[in-house]
Design a protein around this ligand. Structure first.
Ligand SMILES: [Zn+2]
Length: 332
């Protein structure tokens, strides 16, 4: 039932949102940022939270970029190899240890650390993974499975209580052939995301647009929250068959996906500078949610009650007034 892909689990499937920790990045060179929490922000956050989606991973990528570029990994310590995919200790040490970090990339929700030798360190946070950048002296926590120790006295720790995450290494020049990337669709923030692409891929499909949007083979990184939010923004009902969208609706939707993700990344980027708490909650994007998780609450645009429905086992949230199918006559 639990799956690990570029979609997310439905925390609402049993009516109870489950509690997972979220990615967290500490900057130990600025002690005031560690474990600090802004009470006013904290108050507005749903204390239960969801797993990392693309914007969180992109936010983490940007954060790591600021501290890791040019730093050399001196040593790798592995305390637990039983992750989603067993950690290949030898490969990791052979390809990554002793190498400087050249660049930080992201593909879907995989973080890619390009090393000086052209190899890539690949990290996926799974459902509960966190990355912690801290001083070597910082006490090791229970679920800190991998330590990447840098020459500069700091280290990057991969912590993952549920162990659905992944740490791997890819040989120089072999990233295109990497098995986890073989069936991935386009990146939503790349120029490949166009109305034309979506329209072509959806041709003849009766599958609801919400499910289409969450299909990582079509487009990666549009998780459950962002699918609902993007459809609201585009004014398209989640049940509409994907083959029935007009060219204009595809234009709106492509734009909406880009904007929804970009807003979230911007919010995350800002928030990373001033908000962490010791529970690993980093609840930034919930402040921007228009429909997700707002079942029964008034629509922020029109005041109608937000509705929830289950599609492919996942909750969808939508406004029945703002998201009316254009093929349905409006004569209310
Ligand atoms: Zn509305």
């Amino acid at each position: 039932m639990e799956h690990w892909s570029d979609g997310v689990l439905d925390f609402w499937s049993d009516g109870v949102m489950q509690n997972f920790s979220t990615p967290l990045l500490h900057y130990s060179n600025n002690p005031s940022l560690q474990y600090s929490s802004n009470p006013s922000l904290h108050h507005s956050i749903n204390p239960t939270f969801v797993m990392p989606e693309l914007p969180e991973v992109e936010t983490i990528r940007r954060g790591l970029e600021r501290v890791l570029i040019g730093e050399t990994i001196q040593q790798i310590k592995i305390h637990e190899t039983r992750l989603r995919q067993p950690v290949n200790v030898r490969k990791l040490r052979r390809l990554i240890a002793g190498q400087p970090v050249r660049a930080l990339h992201r593909r879907a929700k995989y973080l890619l650390c390009e090393m000086g030798n052209g190899a890539h360190l690949v990290v996926h946070l799974g459902m509960s993974g966190r990355l912690l950048y801290c001083k070597k002296s910082h006490p090791l926590q229970k679920h800190d499975h991998v330590q990447f120790i840098f020459h500069n006295g700091h280290e990057l720790r991969f912590c993952d209580p549920r162990r659905f995450g992944m740490v791997d290494a890819v040989l120089p020049g072999k990233l295109q052939d990497y098995n986890h990337f073989q069936n991935l669709g386009i990146e939503p923030l790349s120029p490949e995301l166009t109305a034309g692409y979506l329209h072509a891929r959806a041709k003849g499909l009766s599958r609801p647009i919400k499910n289409f949007l969450m299909d990582a083979a079509i487009i990666v990184g549009v998780g459950n929250i962002y699918a609902s939010e993007s459809l609201f923004r585009a004014g398209i009902p989640p049940q509409k068959p994907s083959g029935k969208l007009s060219r204009q609706e595809w234009e709106k939707l492509a734009q909406a996906v880009r904007e929804t993700l970009a807003l979230s990344i911007d919010a995350g980027g800002t928030t990373l500078n001033d908000f962490y708490n010791s529970d690993g909650e980093m609840g930034y994007f919930q402040q921007h949610l228009m429909v997700y998780g707002r079942d029964g609450e008034p629509c922020r645009a029109c005041g109608s009650k937000i509705r929830r429905l289950v599609q492919a086992g996942r909750s969808s949230f939508y406004c029945p007034r703002c998201q009316k199918s254009k093929s349905v006559k409006r004569n209310a």
